[in-house]
Design a protein around this ligand. Structure first.
Ligand code: UGA
Length: 434
Protein backbone atom coordinates (compact mmCIF):
# COMPACT_ATOMS: atom_id res chain seq x y z
CA UNK A 1 0.00 0.00 0.00
CA UNK A 2 1.15 3.55 -0.68
CA UNK A 3 0.45 5.58 2.43
CA UNK A 4 0.77 9.32 3.03
CA UNK A 5 0.83 10.61 6.60
CA UNK A 6 -0.16 14.27 6.78
CA UNK A 7 1.34 15.67 10.00
CA UNK A 8 4.60 14.34 11.39
CA UNK A 9 3.95 14.94 15.08
CA UNK A 10 3.75 12.22 17.68
CA UNK A 11 0.98 10.13 16.17
CA UNK A 12 1.95 10.78 12.55
CA UNK A 13 5.58 9.91 12.99
CA UNK A 14 5.06 6.79 15.08
CA UNK A 15 2.23 5.52 12.85
CA UNK A 16 4.17 6.32 9.68
CA UNK A 17 7.29 4.52 10.89
CA UNK A 18 5.27 1.50 12.06
CA UNK A 19 3.29 1.24 8.80
CA UNK A 20 6.60 1.35 6.91
CA UNK A 21 7.85 -1.40 9.18
CA UNK A 22 4.80 -3.48 8.16
CA UNK A 23 6.15 -3.23 4.60
CA UNK A 24 4.03 -0.37 3.29
CA UNK A 25 5.50 2.54 1.35
CA UNK A 26 5.09 5.61 3.55
CA UNK A 27 5.64 9.31 2.93
CA UNK A 28 5.39 11.59 5.99
CA UNK A 29 4.42 15.16 5.16
CA UNK A 30 4.70 18.19 7.40
CA UNK A 31 4.60 21.92 6.78
CA UNK A 32 7.40 22.60 9.28
CA UNK A 33 10.49 22.71 7.07
CA UNK A 34 12.95 22.50 9.96
CA UNK A 35 11.23 19.35 11.25
CA UNK A 36 11.31 17.66 7.84
CA UNK A 37 14.93 18.72 7.29
CA UNK A 38 15.86 17.23 10.68
CA UNK A 39 14.00 13.99 9.91
CA UNK A 40 15.77 13.71 6.57
CA UNK A 41 19.02 13.93 8.49
CA UNK A 42 17.91 11.21 10.88
CA UNK A 43 17.14 13.58 13.77
CA UNK A 44 13.89 12.67 15.55
CA UNK A 45 12.18 15.75 17.01
CA UNK A 46 10.55 13.88 19.92
CA UNK A 47 11.85 11.50 22.57
CA UNK A 48 10.22 8.11 22.12
CA UNK A 49 12.07 4.90 22.97
CA UNK A 50 12.95 2.90 19.83
CA UNK A 51 11.61 5.44 17.34
CA UNK A 52 14.99 6.61 16.02
CA UNK A 53 16.03 3.05 15.18
CA UNK A 54 12.68 2.26 13.57
CA UNK A 55 12.85 5.38 11.41
CA UNK A 56 16.46 4.71 10.45
CA UNK A 57 15.78 1.09 9.47
CA UNK A 58 12.80 1.96 7.31
CA UNK A 59 14.44 4.96 5.63
CA UNK A 60 17.38 2.70 4.79
CA UNK A 61 15.01 0.06 3.41
CA UNK A 62 13.52 2.75 1.14
CA UNK A 63 10.02 2.45 2.61
CA UNK A 64 9.90 5.70 4.59
CA UNK A 65 10.54 9.25 3.40
CA UNK A 66 9.82 12.83 4.49
CA UNK A 67 8.72 15.88 2.57
CA UNK A 68 7.00 19.25 2.89
CA UNK A 69 5.27 18.72 -0.48
CA UNK A 70 1.83 17.18 -0.07
CA UNK A 71 0.42 17.11 -3.62
CA UNK A 72 2.83 14.70 -5.33
CA UNK A 73 2.70 11.87 -2.79
CA UNK A 74 -1.08 12.26 -2.28
CA UNK A 75 -1.72 11.94 -6.03
CA UNK A 76 -0.09 8.48 -5.93
CA UNK A 77 -1.45 7.30 -2.58
CA UNK A 78 -3.93 4.52 -1.81
CA UNK A 79 -4.48 5.90 1.70
CA UNK A 80 -3.93 9.36 3.15
CA UNK A 81 -3.93 9.67 6.95
CA UNK A 82 -4.64 13.00 8.58
CA UNK A 83 -2.57 13.10 11.77
CA UNK A 84 -2.32 16.82 12.42
CA UNK A 85 -2.80 18.46 15.82
CA UNK A 86 -6.20 19.21 17.33
CA UNK A 87 -5.33 21.53 20.24
CA UNK A 88 -7.93 22.92 22.64
CA UNK A 89 -9.45 26.05 21.13
CA UNK A 90 -8.52 29.07 23.19
CA UNK A 91 -11.30 30.06 25.54
CA UNK A 92 -13.90 27.35 25.12
CA UNK A 93 -12.15 23.96 25.32
CA UNK A 94 -13.55 22.69 22.00
CA UNK A 95 -11.03 20.91 19.79
CA UNK A 96 -9.57 23.30 17.20
CA UNK A 97 -10.09 21.62 13.83
CA UNK A 98 -8.37 24.28 11.73
CA UNK A 99 -5.44 22.03 10.79
CA UNK A 100 -7.71 19.07 9.98
CA UNK A 101 -9.92 21.16 7.69
CA UNK A 102 -6.92 22.73 5.96
CA UNK A 103 -5.39 19.28 5.40
CA UNK A 104 -8.70 17.99 3.96
CA UNK A 105 -8.82 20.82 1.39
CA UNK A 106 -5.19 20.30 0.36
CA UNK A 107 -5.67 16.55 0.02
CA UNK A 108 -8.86 17.05 -2.02
CA UNK A 109 -7.03 19.23 -4.51
CA UNK A 110 -4.32 16.61 -5.01
CA UNK A 111 -6.05 13.17 -5.07
CA UNK A 112 -6.13 11.07 -8.22
CA UNK A 113 -8.03 7.80 -8.53
CA UNK A 114 -9.79 6.08 -5.62
CA UNK A 115 -8.22 7.27 -2.37
CA UNK A 116 -9.10 6.50 1.24
CA UNK A 117 -8.77 9.57 3.48
CA UNK A 118 -8.45 8.61 7.14
CA UNK A 119 -8.63 10.87 10.18
CA UNK A 120 -6.21 9.57 12.79
CA UNK A 121 -6.14 12.81 14.77
CA UNK A 122 -8.48 12.81 17.76
CA UNK A 123 -11.52 14.62 16.38
CA UNK A 124 -15.02 15.29 17.72
CA UNK A 125 -18.01 13.35 16.45
CA UNK A 126 -19.08 14.65 13.06
CA UNK A 127 -15.61 15.72 11.91
CA UNK A 128 -15.52 12.97 9.29
CA UNK A 129 -18.74 14.39 7.80
CA UNK A 130 -17.13 17.84 7.66
CA UNK A 131 -13.93 16.46 6.10
CA UNK A 132 -16.05 14.74 3.46
CA UNK A 133 -17.99 17.95 2.79
CA UNK A 134 -14.76 19.95 2.37
CA UNK A 135 -13.32 17.36 -0.01
CA UNK A 136 -16.50 17.25 -2.16
CA UNK A 137 -16.67 21.05 -2.23
CA UNK A 138 -12.99 21.47 -3.14
CA UNK A 139 -12.94 18.72 -5.75
CA UNK A 140 -16.43 17.52 -6.77
CA UNK A 141 -14.94 14.82 -9.02
CA UNK A 142 -12.77 13.24 -6.31
CA UNK A 143 -13.27 9.49 -5.78
CA UNK A 144 -12.69 9.46 -2.05
CA UNK A 145 -13.93 7.50 0.98
CA UNK A 146 -13.53 9.24 4.34
CA UNK A 147 -12.73 6.94 7.26
CA UNK A 148 -12.18 7.37 11.00
CA UNK A 149 -9.34 5.37 12.57
CA UNK A 150 -8.42 6.75 16.00
CA UNK A 151 -5.07 5.96 17.57
CA UNK A 152 -4.73 4.60 21.10
CA UNK A 153 -0.97 4.63 21.56
CA UNK A 154 0.64 6.00 24.71
CA UNK A 155 3.68 8.23 24.73
CA UNK A 156 6.71 6.36 25.97
CA UNK A 157 5.26 3.01 24.87
CA UNK A 158 4.10 4.16 21.45
CA UNK A 159 5.74 1.58 19.20
CA UNK A 160 4.73 -1.36 21.37
CA UNK A 161 1.17 0.03 21.59
CA UNK A 162 0.99 0.50 17.83
CA UNK A 163 2.31 -2.94 17.00
CA UNK A 164 0.40 -4.81 19.69
CA UNK A 165 -2.83 -2.89 20.14
CA UNK A 166 -5.75 -4.15 22.22
CA UNK A 167 -7.92 -3.31 19.22
CA UNK A 168 -8.03 -1.31 16.00
CA UNK A 169 -11.15 0.79 15.49
CA UNK A 170 -12.22 1.73 11.97
CA UNK A 171 -15.31 3.79 11.18
CA UNK A 172 -16.58 3.71 7.60
CA UNK A 173 -19.47 2.88 5.32
CA UNK A 174 -17.66 2.27 2.01
CA UNK A 175 -16.86 -1.38 1.17
CA UNK A 176 -13.84 -0.49 -0.99
CA UNK A 177 -12.40 1.47 1.95
CA UNK A 178 -13.00 -1.53 4.21
CA UNK A 179 -10.87 -3.70 1.92
CA UNK A 180 -8.10 -1.09 1.86
CA UNK A 181 -8.09 -0.66 5.66
CA UNK A 182 -8.01 -4.43 6.15
CA UNK A 183 -4.93 -4.52 3.91
CA UNK A 184 -3.26 -1.63 5.77
CA UNK A 185 -3.64 -3.45 9.09
CA UNK A 186 -3.11 -6.99 7.77
CA UNK A 187 0.04 -7.67 9.85
CA UNK A 188 -1.80 -6.81 13.08
CA UNK A 189 -4.90 -8.64 12.01
CA UNK A 190 -2.80 -11.75 11.38
CA UNK A 191 -1.43 -11.23 14.91
CA UNK A 192 -5.00 -11.58 16.22
CA UNK A 193 -5.50 -7.90 17.10
CA UNK A 194 -9.27 -7.37 16.93
CA UNK A 195 -10.27 -5.10 14.05
CA UNK A 196 -13.54 -3.40 14.94
CA UNK A 197 -15.47 -1.96 12.01
CA UNK A 198 -18.23 0.46 12.90
CA UNK A 199 -19.78 3.70 11.70
CA UNK A 200 -17.62 6.80 11.39
CA UNK A 201 -19.41 8.71 14.16
CA UNK A 202 -19.22 5.74 16.51
CA UNK A 203 -15.52 5.38 15.86
CA UNK A 204 -14.94 9.06 16.60
CA UNK A 205 -16.81 8.76 19.88
CA UNK A 206 -14.98 5.56 20.91
CA UNK A 207 -11.73 7.50 21.06
CA UNK A 208 -13.12 10.17 23.40
CA UNK A 209 -15.05 7.67 25.49
CA UNK A 210 -11.90 5.56 25.96
CA UNK A 211 -9.73 8.48 27.08
CA UNK A 212 -12.48 9.92 29.28
CA UNK A 213 -13.06 6.55 30.95
CA UNK A 214 -9.35 6.12 31.69
CA UNK A 215 -9.12 9.68 33.05
CA UNK A 216 -12.15 8.94 35.24
CA UNK A 217 -10.61 5.67 36.45
CA UNK A 218 -7.43 7.49 37.54
CA UNK A 219 -9.48 10.22 39.19
CA UNK A 220 -11.54 7.63 41.03
CA UNK A 221 -8.49 6.01 42.58
CA UNK A 222 -7.02 9.44 43.40
CA UNK A 223 -10.12 10.29 45.42
CA UNK A 224 -10.01 6.88 47.10
CA UNK A 225 -6.36 7.66 47.92
CA UNK A 226 -7.41 10.81 49.74
CA UNK A 227 -9.97 8.79 51.67
CA UNK A 228 -7.32 6.15 52.50
CA UNK A 229 -5.20 8.82 54.15
CA UNK A 230 -8.14 9.88 56.30
CA UNK A 231 -9.34 6.43 57.35
CA UNK A 232 -5.94 4.77 57.70
CA UNK A 233 -6.06 2.47 54.67
CA UNK A 234 -3.54 1.78 51.88
CA UNK A 235 -4.53 2.76 48.34
CA UNK A 236 -2.10 0.37 46.65
CA UNK A 237 -3.78 -2.56 48.37
CA UNK A 238 -7.20 -1.12 47.53
CA UNK A 239 -6.11 -0.92 43.85
CA UNK A 240 -4.92 -4.50 43.92
CA UNK A 241 -8.01 -5.61 45.76
CA UNK A 242 -10.42 -4.10 43.28
CA UNK A 243 -8.24 -4.49 40.18
CA UNK A 244 -8.17 -8.27 40.50
CA UNK A 245 -11.88 -8.20 39.77
CA UNK A 246 -11.86 -8.84 36.03
CA UNK A 247 -14.77 -6.45 35.57
CA UNK A 248 -12.66 -3.61 36.96
CA UNK A 249 -9.14 -4.52 35.80
CA UNK A 250 -5.86 -3.48 37.40
CA UNK A 251 -4.61 -0.98 34.82
CA UNK A 252 -4.83 2.79 35.31
CA UNK A 253 -5.48 2.42 39.02
CA UNK A 254 -2.24 3.99 40.21
CA UNK A 255 -2.92 6.93 42.49
CA UNK A 256 -0.74 9.95 41.85
CA UNK A 257 -0.62 13.72 41.44
CA UNK A 258 -3.37 13.78 38.78
CA UNK A 259 -3.30 12.98 35.08
CA UNK A 260 -1.59 15.27 32.59
CA UNK A 261 -0.26 15.07 29.06
CA UNK A 262 -1.40 16.11 25.64
CA UNK A 263 -4.49 13.89 25.56
CA UNK A 264 -6.53 13.30 28.72
CA UNK A 265 -6.89 16.97 29.76
CA UNK A 266 -7.72 18.11 26.21
CA UNK A 267 -9.96 15.19 25.27
CA UNK A 268 -12.03 15.15 28.46
CA UNK A 269 -12.68 18.86 27.98
CA UNK A 270 -13.62 18.43 24.31
CA UNK A 271 -15.99 15.54 25.12
CA UNK A 272 -17.67 17.58 27.86
CA UNK A 273 -18.13 20.49 25.44
CA UNK A 274 -19.55 18.31 22.67
CA UNK A 275 -21.94 16.66 25.12
CA UNK A 276 -23.14 20.06 26.34
CA UNK A 277 -23.69 21.19 22.74
CA UNK A 278 -25.92 18.17 22.15
CA UNK A 279 -27.75 18.84 25.41
CA UNK A 280 -26.58 15.50 26.81
CA UNK A 281 -24.03 16.49 29.46
CA UNK A 282 -21.49 13.94 30.67
CA UNK A 283 -21.45 14.95 34.32
CA UNK A 284 -19.05 12.25 35.44
CA UNK A 285 -16.48 13.66 33.04
CA UNK A 286 -17.17 17.27 33.98
CA UNK A 287 -16.56 16.30 37.60
CA UNK A 288 -13.46 14.32 36.67
CA UNK A 289 -11.99 17.43 35.01
CA UNK A 290 -12.72 19.60 38.04
CA UNK A 291 -11.29 17.09 40.53
CA UNK A 292 -8.13 16.58 38.49
CA UNK A 293 -7.55 20.33 38.08
CA UNK A 294 -7.82 20.85 41.83
CA UNK A 295 -5.63 17.87 42.61
CA UNK A 296 -2.49 19.24 41.02
CA UNK A 297 -2.37 22.31 43.27
CA UNK A 298 -3.51 20.22 46.22
CA UNK A 299 -0.33 18.18 45.74
CA UNK A 300 1.60 21.44 46.16
CA UNK A 301 -0.20 21.95 49.49
CA UNK A 302 0.66 18.37 50.48
CA UNK A 303 4.34 19.16 50.00
CA UNK A 304 4.00 22.36 52.01
CA UNK A 305 2.36 20.40 54.83
CA UNK A 306 5.22 17.86 54.72
CA UNK A 307 7.64 20.78 55.10
CA UNK A 308 5.90 21.80 58.32
CA UNK A 309 3.34 24.19 56.87
CA UNK A 310 5.64 27.02 55.85
CA UNK A 311 8.04 26.86 52.92
CA UNK A 312 9.11 30.50 52.80
CA UNK A 313 12.81 30.54 51.99
CA UNK A 314 12.98 26.74 52.10
CA UNK A 315 14.41 24.73 49.24
CA UNK A 316 12.26 22.04 47.63
CA UNK A 317 13.77 19.55 45.16
CA UNK A 318 11.47 18.17 42.46
CA UNK A 319 12.37 14.82 40.88
CA UNK A 320 10.66 14.43 37.49
CA UNK A 321 8.99 17.24 35.56
CA UNK A 322 7.38 15.51 32.55
CA UNK A 323 3.76 14.33 32.82
CA UNK A 324 4.95 10.72 32.91
CA UNK A 325 8.24 8.83 32.38
CA UNK A 326 9.89 8.02 29.04
CA UNK A 327 8.83 11.21 27.33
CA UNK A 328 10.10 14.78 27.15
CA UNK A 329 6.51 16.04 27.04
CA UNK A 330 5.63 18.70 29.60
CA UNK A 331 2.11 19.45 28.41
CA UNK A 332 -0.30 19.79 31.35
CA UNK A 333 2.22 18.07 33.58
CA UNK A 334 1.25 18.05 37.28
CA UNK A 335 4.74 19.41 38.00
CA UNK A 336 3.73 22.79 36.54
CA UNK A 337 0.94 23.42 39.07
CA UNK A 338 2.95 21.89 41.93
CA UNK A 339 5.99 24.08 41.24
CA UNK A 340 3.75 27.15 40.91
CA UNK A 341 2.02 26.42 44.24
CA UNK A 342 5.41 26.02 45.95
CA UNK A 343 6.81 29.21 44.45
CA UNK A 344 3.63 31.13 45.32
CA UNK A 345 4.23 30.11 48.92
CA UNK A 346 7.77 31.43 48.87
CA UNK A 347 9.78 28.22 48.30
CA UNK A 348 12.97 28.03 46.27
CA UNK A 349 12.50 25.17 43.81
CA UNK A 350 15.16 23.08 42.11
CA UNK A 351 14.35 20.27 39.71
CA UNK A 352 15.78 17.46 37.68
CA UNK A 353 14.28 15.42 34.84
CA UNK A 354 16.10 12.89 32.63
CA UNK A 355 14.58 14.12 29.35
CA UNK A 356 12.17 16.98 29.99
CA UNK A 357 14.35 19.87 31.15
CA UNK A 358 14.67 21.56 27.78
CA UNK A 359 10.89 21.76 27.44
CA UNK A 360 10.47 22.56 31.14
CA UNK A 361 12.66 25.64 30.78
CA UNK A 362 9.95 27.20 28.58
CA UNK A 363 7.32 26.62 31.26
CA UNK A 364 8.84 27.26 34.67
CA UNK A 365 11.58 29.24 36.29
CA UNK A 366 13.40 27.00 38.74
CA UNK A 367 16.99 25.94 39.29
CA UNK A 368 17.59 23.08 36.86
CA UNK A 369 20.07 20.57 38.25
CA UNK A 370 22.16 17.90 36.54
CA UNK A 371 21.10 15.04 38.81
CA UNK A 372 18.57 14.33 41.57
CA UNK A 373 21.36 14.62 44.14
CA UNK A 374 22.42 18.03 42.82
CA UNK A 375 18.78 19.16 42.93
CA UNK A 376 18.52 17.95 46.52
CA UNK A 377 21.61 19.79 47.81
CA UNK A 378 20.50 21.81 50.83
CA UNK A 379 16.82 20.93 50.23
CA UNK A 380 14.29 20.69 53.03
CA UNK A 381 11.99 18.39 51.08
CA UNK A 382 12.45 16.16 48.00
CA UNK A 383 9.31 15.48 45.93
CA UNK A 384 9.11 12.61 43.49
CA UNK A 385 6.60 13.79 40.85
CA UNK A 386 7.35 11.52 37.87
CA UNK A 387 8.27 7.85 38.29
CA UNK A 388 11.28 7.70 35.96
CA UNK A 389 13.36 4.53 36.42
CA UNK A 390 16.25 6.78 37.41
CA UNK A 391 14.34 7.61 40.63
CA UNK A 392 13.35 4.06 41.54
CA UNK A 393 16.61 3.11 43.17
CA UNK A 394 17.93 6.36 44.61
CA UNK A 395 20.88 6.08 46.97
CA UNK A 396 18.94 7.15 50.05
CA UNK A 397 22.08 7.55 52.21
CA UNK A 398 23.58 9.88 49.64
CA UNK A 399 20.30 11.74 49.26
CA UNK A 400 20.04 12.23 53.01
CA UNK A 401 23.63 13.40 53.28
CA UNK A 402 23.11 16.26 50.78
CA UNK A 403 19.70 17.41 52.09
CA UNK A 404 19.12 19.99 54.77
CA UNK A 405 16.36 17.85 56.28
CA UNK A 406 15.47 14.33 55.12
CA UNK A 407 11.84 14.53 53.98
CA UNK A 408 10.63 12.58 50.93
CA UNK A 409 7.21 13.17 49.39
CA UNK A 410 6.61 10.32 46.96
CA UNK A 411 3.65 11.28 44.76
CA UNK A 412 3.89 8.02 42.76
CA UNK A 413 4.27 5.55 45.64
CA UNK A 414 7.53 4.25 44.21
CA UNK A 415 9.03 3.57 47.66
CA UNK A 416 7.88 1.69 50.72
CA UNK A 417 7.56 3.82 53.83
CA UNK A 418 9.47 1.40 56.08
CA UNK A 419 12.42 1.25 53.69
CA UNK A 420 12.74 5.04 53.43
CA UNK A 421 12.13 5.63 57.13
CA UNK A 422 14.85 3.11 57.96
CA UNK A 423 17.25 5.54 56.28
CA UNK A 424 16.14 8.30 58.63
CA UNK A 425 13.68 10.04 56.30
CA UNK A 426 10.19 11.32 57.02
CA UNK A 427 8.17 9.68 54.23
CA UNK A 428 4.87 10.82 52.70
CA UNK A 429 3.27 8.68 50.00
CA UNK A 430 -0.13 9.05 48.31
CA UNK A 431 -3.11 7.27 49.82
CA UNK A 432 -1.12 5.79 52.67
CA UNK A 433 -2.11 5.77 56.32
CA UNK A 434 -0.36 8.66 58.05
C1 UGA B 1 -3.30 8.44 26.60
C2 UGA B 1 -3.98 7.06 26.44
O1 UGA B 1 -3.50 6.17 27.45
C3 UGA B 1 -3.70 6.48 25.06
O2 UGA B 1 -4.41 5.25 24.90
C4 UGA B 1 -4.15 7.48 24.00
O3 UGA B 1 -3.85 7.01 22.69
C5 UGA B 1 -3.43 8.79 24.21
O4 UGA B 1 -3.74 9.29 25.54
C6 UGA B 1 -3.94 9.76 23.16
O5 UGA B 1 -5.15 10.06 23.14
O6 UGA B 1 -3.16 10.12 22.26
P1 UGA B 1 -0.79 9.27 27.14
O7 UGA B 1 -1.39 10.63 27.29
O8 UGA B 1 0.43 9.10 26.30
O9 UGA B 1 -1.89 8.24 26.54
O10 UGA B 1 -0.40 8.78 28.60
P2 UGA B 1 -0.97 7.76 29.69
O11 UGA B 1 0.00 6.68 29.89
O12 UGA B 1 -2.35 7.38 29.41
O13 UGA B 1 -0.95 8.70 30.99
C7 UGA B 1 -1.75 9.87 31.09
C8 UGA B 1 -1.64 10.47 32.47
O14 UGA B 1 -2.30 9.65 33.43
C9 UGA B 1 -0.19 10.63 32.98
O15 UGA B 1 -0.08 11.87 33.63
C10 UGA B 1 -0.04 9.48 33.96
O16 UGA B 1 0.92 9.72 34.96
C11 UGA B 1 -1.44 9.40 34.53
N1 UGA B 1 -1.76 8.09 35.10
C12 UGA B 1 -1.88 6.99 34.31
C13 UGA B 1 -1.97 7.97 36.48
O17 UGA B 1 -1.87 8.96 37.24
N2 UGA B 1 -2.31 6.74 36.99
C14 UGA B 1 -2.43 5.64 36.21
O18 UGA B 1 -2.76 4.57 36.75
C15 UGA B 1 -2.21 5.77 34.84
Amino acid sequence: MRIVMVGSGYVGLVSGACFADFGHEVVCVDKAEDKIEALKNGVIPIFEPGLDQLVENNVEAGRLSFTTELAGPVSEADVVFIAVGTPSRRGDGHADLGYVHAAAAEIAAAVKGFTVVVTKSTVPVGTGDEVERIIRETNPGADVAVVSNPEFLREGAAIEDFKRPDRIVVGLSDERARAVMTEVYRPLYLNQSPLLFTSRRTSELIKYAANAFLAMKITFINEVADLCEKVGADVQDVSRGIGLDGRIGSKFLHAGPGYGGSCFPKDTLALAKTAQDYDSPVRLIETTIAINDNRKRAMGRKVIAAAGGDVRGKKIAVFGLTFKPNTDDMRDSPSIAIVQALKDSGAIVSGYDPEGMENARQMMEIDFATSPYKAAEGADVAVLVTEWNAFRALDLNRLKSVMNSPVLVDLRNVYRAAEVEAHGFAYHGVGKAV
